[in-house]
Ligand binder design. Sequence first.
Ligand SMILES: O=C(O)CCC(=O)C(=O)O
Length: 247
Amino acid sequence: MKLTNKDKNFWKKNGYLVVKNVLNEKQCQEYKKEAHRVAGKNITIIPNIYRKSKKFLNLCKNKKILQLADNLIDHRMIPIGDIFFFAKSDTNKESGSVPHQDNYAQKAEYGAFVACAVAFDDALEENGALRVYPGSHKLGEVKCNPKPNFVMNKKGQIIKALPIGNNCVVPKKFKNKETIVEFKKGDIFFFHGHLIHYAKKNISKKLKFRRVIYLKLIKNGYAFWPGWSEKRTLIDRDDFKSKIIRN
Ligand SMILES: O=C(O)CCC(=O)C(=O)O
């Protein structure tokens, strides 16, 4: 799978790109089943599900996805974590998100951090698909008013997700550019660390879930802030065998 110049120009202009049919139906089913196994009855956002599941660790290393990322950014991209959303309706354990730029947490140099959503359910307006402000990545870091994202129990487990994100100011000239990005299960969606985006809470009666994982990718060789709670760390892609030199 290779991206075209049209794809790359779209990315540069808008700060996001959907790539269709990267995973098949069976794979999506398996990932959903695994996420429910990890969550048990606590159906809420799971940061770094890869630390609880070999299957998701392997998704972070997925060759097809990482090659597409390298191709898009024109740099070797290294996974540093993930976050899984069930986006379930009829629950107060998830609350959607407020406008934000993902790089506020990673604090990487401009352009070094990219997120990649992997959709396991169709994401439509009805079940709270992501909304973006095309071109807002060119603004750099915008003002924000962060609030806690999670409620945790005494053991530090997340029991409830509050509206996710750092609640940033959407500049006036971008407000009417809000675009709903719908995609199908199996599609992936790259977005720039400075692209302003958010998602409404899923309130659909018909589409009970919008399960999606966001893989977090950093340009090889670039610094990022690990974060006190997420403790992001470099994940080996396992696609590069260094020669063992024996004397
Ligand atoms: O898919 C969602 O509900 C929101 C995801 C999001 O805003 C994020 O991960 O930065």
